[in-house]
Design a protein around this ligand. Structure first.
Ligand SMILES: [Zn+2]
Ligand SMILES: [Zn+2]
Length: 262
């Protein structure tokens, strides 16, 4: 069984095809998916999916690319995450690629999420793009890591260097790889995936974005996470079942879910 640790199946283009998407998950042995929140106005539909489907979990957070959206307070995030199906805080982090100018508000928003994670004990889902030095620095300053009494979390859709992965792993974080890894142009990232131990790894689709080979160009969906796992298995020279089992165990350990899936 595989778990998609990061998807956006509440987005209208996927939500409109939900029965089909859940069927593809089942036929591809994808047992669970984590539907990740990107802003507060759309959070009710994320929570709704998790409440309606036993195998869908959810998070609460405001994405760093969402500039004109209500700013969350620590109290908002703590209150909204007080639900058994809300297992993480995020996605949060820094993105200096999509936005320019004075991005102090992004760093403040990131600190707010880390404080909520420390308060609730729920792990962080961190997005970082063209901002790895500031991301790691703020994680350290705010005590995001398990080494500093934080709840740890996951560096999602990882595309940074091995040094950044190692700095995050030292803080107790997991590294999540997406459908970018199999791309022919992603040789450096493949070297990072080879070096990150399976014990610290999660897999994800980030759907509807980033369809992996052989579906590149199509709309992505959680069922396709199987192809990410198969590619990583080949890269590491291990059976796909081993990647499936280990990343599934990691997911349940990180998000403190007691029952392992069958
Ligand atoms: Zn992201
Ligand atoms: Zn995302």
């Amino acid at each position: 069984m595989y778990i998609d640790s990061h998807c956006h199946i509440d987005f209208p283009e996927l939500a409109a095809r939900l029965p089909e998407i859940l069927d593809t998950m089942a036929s591809n042995e994808v047992s669970h998916a984590l539907c990740v929140s990107v802003d507060l106005p759309d959070f009710p539909r994320v929570l709704g999916l998790a409440e309606q489907h036993a195998h869908i979990y959810a998070s609460v957070g405001v994405h760093p690319d969402y500039e004109d959206t209500p700013e969350p307070s620590v109290e908002d995030l703590v209150r909204l995450s007080n639900h058994p199906k809300i297992i993480a805080i995020g996605e949060t982090g820094l993105d200096y690629y999509r936005l320019e100018g004075d991005l102090e508000w992004q760093r403040e928003r990131f600190r707010t999420h880390i404080r909520a994670s420390r308060k609730t004990g729920k792990p962080l889902i961190i997005h970082t793009r063209s901002a790895s030095a500031d991301t790691i620095r703020i994680m350290q300053e705010e005590g995001a890591g398990t080494d500093a009494g934080g709840a740890g979390g996951v560096m999602h859709c990882f595309t940074e260097s091995l040094e950044v992965a190692q700095a995050a792993m030292e803080m107790g974080f997991y590294i999540s790889f997406s459908g970018i890894v199999p791309f022919k142009s992603a040789k450096e990232l493949q070297a990072v995936a080879l070096a990150v131990p399976l014990e610290r790894m999660l897999i994800e689709t980030d759907s509807p974005y980033l369809a992996p080979v052989p579906h590149r160009g199509k709309m992505n969906e959680p069922g396709f996470v199987k192809h990410v796992a198969e590619f990583i298995a080949k890269l590491k020279g291990v059976p796909a079942e081993q990647v499936a089992q280990q990343t599934t165990e990691n997911f349940f350990r990180l998000f403190k879910l007691d029952a392992l899936p069958r």
